[in-house]
Design a protein around this ligand. Structure first.
Ligand SMILES: [Zn+2]
Length: 154
């Protein structure tokens, strides 16, 4: 039994009961824009961008990076659903600034368990075996937030 699952199901049931006329919103976003931003749990795009249901597409990933899949979603947003503007929104104190590809690859090579974060950075506390499959992934980490957001817009 999952407490988190129960909480999410209860929240969803409450939300769906209060959805009302929003069920009639059209699929294309009414304000015709999309936001690509970070998955950071401290960020709420609806609040920081003043969104309501039906307003905009919000694409989220680690760092708000213009990865292949984010671009796939943005192209669908534009080509099929008519968005006219895209915003790439990164943020200060992003977790993607706290590691490099090499660190991530090393952590995964050691174990597949969740790493710990302390003042010196991420460190592996799990038991092996790990995997070297992470060697084939560009983790799109952030060294300089200004440069990363500029690169993602271009
Ligand atoms: Zn972030």
């Amino acid at each position: 039994m999952s407490t988190v699952l129960d909480e999410v199901l209860a929240a969803n049931a409450s939300y769906s009961r209060s959805f009302g006329n929003k069920a009639n919103l059209s699929m294309p976003p009414g304000r015709r824009f999309a936001i690509l931003t970070c998955m950071d749990a401290r960020l709420d795009p609806a609040k920081f961008a003043g969104l309501a249901e039906g307003d905009a597409h919000v694409i989220r990933n680690a760092g708000g990076r213009a990865s292949d899949d984010a671009i796939r979603s943005l192209v669908i947003s534009y080509k099929l659903l008519g968005t006219q503007e895209w915003f790439v929104i990164h943020h200060t104190n992003c977790g993607m600034e706290f590691f490099t590809d090499e660190v991530m690859r090393g952590l995964l090579a050691n174990s597949l368990e969740t790493a710990a974060l302390d003042a010196s950075g991420f460190r592996d506390i799990g038991k092996g075996p790990g995997s070297t499959e992470g060697d084939y992934i560009d983790w799109l980490t952030i060294k300089d937030p200004t440069k990363s957001v500029t690169a993602d817009v271009l």
